[in-house]
Design a protein around this ligand. Structure first.
Ligand code: HEM
Length: 415
C-alpha cells in the first residue's frame, strides 16, 4: 500500500500563511501525487488538490464538517453554530433555508438594486479626484444587501457596519491586531443582527415575507424550534458578509478589464460574453484558497489510507488551475467557458458537488449576477483613468487583492 507523502517540516502553518494559494498544489507537484500530509496548526492534515480529490472530498459518506474548521476562523469569518459546521439531515434542512432565498425573482430584485446603486455611486465618483474601487464597492454592496435582506441600515451607521462586515472576511486570515479587529467585528455584528432577529420576532420590524431577515428569523430547525437569536444572527450574517465579499471579485474583474483590454472590447461588442468573462475571473483570480473536513471513518482511496477523524484540506485555487482539467490554466481566456463541461469538481471557486446536499456555496448565482451587473457597468456605462499605482496581486494576504485596491480617477459617466 502506498504511503501518503509527508511534508518534511515539523509544522507547516507558517509555510501555508506565507503562500496560501500555492501551498498545496506546489507540494502535490513536488511529491508527484494528488495528496500529501502536513502538520497544520499542530494537527496532521491531509492536503489534496485536483478534480478527483474534489470528487472524493464531497462524498458525504466519507467526510464530516463538524470540528474541522480552526477556532480562529470560526471566531471571525464563520461564527459558531452556522450551516458550515453541520452534517447529515441537520445540514440539509438548514441548507434549504439558504436555497429558498435564491429564487430567480429574488436574484433579479438584487440585480436591480445593484444596478441602480452603481449609477448613484458612479455619479458621486465623478465629483471626486480619485476613488478606491474595492472600498467603494464594499459600501455599495453593504447598502444593497441590507435593503435586499430586510435589514434596516440607518445612514449614519452605514460606514461603520460596512467596515465591520468587511473585517469578517478581509482580516479573518490575518494575525495580530487585524485578527483581533475581526473578532471584535464578529461580536458587534452578531449583536446588531440579533437585535434585528428579535425585532422581527416581536413585530417591531416587518421585513417582506421572502426576505432573508424574515425567512431566517422565522425558520424552524429539524426539532421544530426557532433558531436561537445568536445562531439566527450567524446565519443572517452568512448572507450579508459574503455578499459584501463579492467586492473582492468585482475588484479582480476591474483588474482583468485593465490588464486584458481585449476583454473590455469583447464585453462592449459581444452579447453574452460577460458570463464567460465573469467565470474566468472566478477561475483565474485567487480568493478562497481551500476548505476543510474530517474523515468520517477509516477508508482507503487509490490505495491511500485515511484514518477516522483525520483533518483534510481541499485546494480550491489549485483545482481551478489544474492542467489535467484546463488548457493553459495560467492564461486568462474567457472563451474557454464556451466549452467547459460543467463538472461540479473541476471549477470550484465556491466549493464543489451539489448545492443542496453538499456544502457548496448557495450564493454562487448571486455572486455571478452581481459580478455581471458590475462588469457591464464598468465596461459600458462609464470611463475612467488609471493613475500610477501598484496593481500587483498580493497573494500573501487573504483574500488576495491588488496592492493599490484599484484606484480610478477622472470618472465619467456615459450618457
Ligand atoms: C459556502 C465561497 C459568496 C453564502 C461557501 C464555500 C466557499 C464559498 C468556498 C464553502 C464550500 C464548501 O465548504 O465546500 C464564496 C465566495 C464568494 C461567496 C468566494 C464570493 C464572494 C457567497 C454569497 C452568499 C454565500 C453571495 C450568500 C448570499 C454561503 C453560505 C455557505 C457558503 C451560507 C455555507 C454553505 C454550507 O455550508 O452548506 N462559499 N462564497 N456565499 N457560502 Fe459562499
Amino acid at each position: 500500500m502506498p504511503r501518503i507523502p509527508r511534508d518534511q517540516s515539523f509544522d507547516s502553518t507558517l509555510a501555508l500563511l506565507f503562500d496560501p494559494y500555492g501551498f498545496v498544489s506546489k507540494r502535490c507537484r513536488r511529491y508527484g501525487a494528488d495528496l500529501f500530509q502536513a502538520r497544520l496548526l499542530l494537527r496532521p492534515t491531509i492536503c489534496m488538490s485536483g478534480p478527483e480529490a474534489a470528487e472524493l472530498f464531497y462524498r458525504r459518506d466519507l467526510f464530516v464538517r463538524r470540528g474541522a474548521t480552526p477556532g480562529r476562523i470560526q471566531k471571525t469569518l464563520f461564527g459558531r453554530g452556522g450551516v458550515q459546521g453541520l452534517d447529515g439531515d441537520a445540514h440539509r434542512h438548514r441548507k434549504q433555508m439558504f436555497m429558498s432565498l435564491m429564487t430567480p425573482e429574488r436574484i433579479d430584485n438584487l440585480k436591480e438594486l445593484t444596478a441602480g446603486s452603481w449609477s448613484v455611486y458612479a455619479q458621486s465618483w465623478a465629483a471626486k479626484d480619485r476613488v478606491v474601487l474595492y472600498d467603494e464597492v464594499q459600501q455599495l454592496l453593504t447598502r444593497v444587501v441590507c435593503t435586499w435582506a430586510g435589514v434596516p441600515l440607518p445612514e449614519p451607521e452605514a460606514r461603520r457596519r460596512t467596515s465591520e462586515l468587511t473585517a469578517l472576511f478581509d482580516y479573518a486570515g490575518s494575525v495580530g491586531p487585524r485578527h483581533w479587529w475581526s473578532r471584535l467585528s464578529r461580536k458587534r455584528s452578531e449583536r446588531w443582527i440579533e437585535d434585528v432577529v428579535e425585532g422581527v420576532r416581536a413585530g417591531r420590524l416587518d421585513p417582506p415575507e421572502d426576505s432573508a431577515a424574515r425567512v431566517i428569523a422565522t425558520w424552524r430547525d429539524l426539532d421544530g424550534e426557532p433558531l436561537s437569536p445568536r445562531i439566527a444572527a450567524v446565519e443572517l450574517l452568512n448572507i450579508l458578509r459574503p455578499t459584501v465579499a463579492v467586492s473582492v471579485f468585482i475588484t479582480f474583474a476591474a483588474h482583468a478589464l485593465h490588464r486584458f483590454p481585449a476583454c473590455r472590447q469583447m464585453l462592449q461588442t459581444e452579447d453574452g460574453s460577460v458570463e464567460h468573462f465573469v467565470q474566468e475571473v472566478r477561475r483565474f483570480y485567487p480568493f478562497f484558497p481551500a476548505v476543510m473536513a474530517r474523515a468520517r471513518r477509516n477508508f482507503e482511496w487509490n490505495g491511500y489510507r485515511f484514518p477516522r477523524g483525520r483533518r483534510v484540506m481541499l485546494d480550491l485555487y489549485g483545482t481551478n488551475r489544474d492542467p489535467r482539467a484546463w488548457d493553459a490554466p495560467e492564461e486568462f481566456r474567457p472563451e474557454r467557458f464556451q466549452r467547459w463541461d460543467g463538472s461540479p469538481f473541476n471549477f470550484i471557486p465556491q466549493g464543489g458537488g451539489d448545492h443542496d446536499l453538499n456544502h457548496r456555496c448557495p450564493g454562487e448565482w448571486i455572486t455571478i449576477e452581481l459580478m455581471k451587473v458590475s462588469c457591464e457597468f464598468l465596461a459600458n456605462s462609464m470611463d475612467y483613468d488609471m493613475p500610477d499605482q501598484d496593481l500587483e496581486i498580493d497573494t500573501r494576504r487573504l483574500p488576495a487583492m491588488p496592492k493599490s485596491r484599484f484606484v480610478m480617477s477622472n470618472v465619467r459617466l456615459r450618457s
